[in-house]
Design a protein around this ligand. Sequence first.
Ligand code: TMP
Ligand code: ASP
Length: 240
Amino acid sequence: MDLIYEGKAKKLFTTENPSELRMVFKDDATAFNGEKKASFADKGRLNKQLSLHLYELLEREGVATHFVRDDGPESLIVRRVEIVAIEVVIRNLIAGSLKKRTGLPEGQRLRQPLIECYYKSDALGDPLINDEHIRELNLARGDELEKIKRSALKVNRILTIFFAKAGLTLVDFKLEYGRLFPDKHNIVLADEVSPDTCRLWDTETGKKLDKDRFRQDLGDVMEGYSEVLTRVQNVLNTPS
Ligand code: TMP
Ligand code: ASP
């Protein structure tokens, strides 16, 4: 079927069903707004598998997502959405750009989960924006933004508890939301949830097991992703 979108880490294809797309996870990785590029054998499969497990978990817990079904090693079938041009970042511990912006030490726990919005624009380098910028740029209506934030905090609660069972600390993560075709009234969680978009540290040792291994040249990037997948599968296979 037709390729309708190619991003840095994923491709979207049409399917026989006009309201569904095939999302294919690529082995390519980029960082720093595409300045740094590499390809990692098996990344597409690992991220697909992790996104699948996490989307199934979120759906079970009542989060509305674009997920429809599994579709082979590197792809998922998802509902077609119009992506809201906001990257929503939720943080539990200081790391990354928040460390730079505040000067606080990496790993310090935040008093409460912190929400940030970034304008999804490669040309502008995804700048941090506030609710007033969102209103002025008409990126989302007030009620949509409220829904998005409420959902993102719920995702944080669910994933924090789940990853803790896997011995992993959910430091921060990025989410994207979309308006469901064709009427665009409903907002659902879209894009992916994987070590490309989450910071995950081993709770015991603090070892980084996510894309920071690539961003910071720590080596063994796919070993980190694969460790996350193994632990997630162990939790899912353990009767609760
Ligand atoms: P940051 O500390 O670099 O702002 O990143 C915060 C979180 O968002 C981190 O888990 C990585 C994720 N992220 C993305 O998924 N895509 C991006 O383009 C950026 C900048 C961050
Ligand atoms: N994915 C982003 C990019 O390449 C950045 C990142 O995740 O650090 O621009």
